[in-house]
Design a protein around this ligand. Structure first.
Ligand SMILES: [Zn+2]
Length: 193
């Protein structure tokens, strides 16, 4: 990976490492991650919540999860950009290298994320996640199931690309694919169709 401006990928890595570690505060019994209070929730409990929401409210469950994911992604993107600005990397944060590293090196526990393609100008991105926490290969579905993760990618990429993007999940482990793949593009271009 090439350096961006006067900053090396190592400078990016140091920023991410400082954000990317959970702080366990035993005196208050709380955990802080990315500047926010966080809880550790078992993935199987997340599946249970999704299943019950779906049983009670049908596809509205997917919308609710997607909204939650988008909130997390938007806030994480804002934190990444603020951190980059605070150490003088404001301009570099617009570079594809920064965006790629910010996404691939941040470990939210969602799975191993890889950028398959990124068009910063056009606001398009393709992302694959292996071992996505939200996919369930034991409980096969004919449809993609990773709505929270899709929302997260929409939120974080909207921030990092500087334009509102929305996406679809085109492959999913839940329906037997090898990995989960998400295609994102500017919201405007979707509306026009
Ligand atoms: Zn999936």
């Amino acid at each position: 990976m090439s350096s961006v401006g006067q900053f090396s990928p190592n400078a990016f890595k140091r920023i991410l490492t400082s954000l990317n570690s959970a702080r366990f505060m035993d005196d208050t019994g709380t955990i802080e991650y990315f500047g926010q209070k966080a809880v550790i929730l078992r993935a199987d409990v997340f599946h249970l919540i999704h299943k019950e929401l779906y049983r009670l409210s049908g596809t509205a469950a997917n919308v609710i999860l997607s909204l939650g994911g988008r909130r997390v992604g938007t806030e994480e993107g804002a934190v990444l950009l603020a951190k980059a600005r605070s150490v003088g990397l404001g301009e570099a944060s617009a570079s594809p290298d920064f965006i790629q590293m910010a996404l691939e090196e941040t470990n939210m526990g969602f799975g191993k994320l890889s950028i398959l393609s990124l068009d910063k100008q056009g606001g398009n991105a393709s992302v694959s996640i292996s071992d996505c926490f939200e996919a369930d290969s034991r409980d096969r579905s004919p449809h993609p199931s990773c709505f929270f993760t899709l929302g997260y990618l929409e939120g974080v990429l909207s921030k990092l690309l500087g334009t509102n993007v929305r996406g679809i999940e085109t492959s999913c482990v839940s329906k037997g694919d090898e990995s989960c793949v998400f295609q994102l593009k500017p919201q405007e271009s979707i509306k026009l169709k």
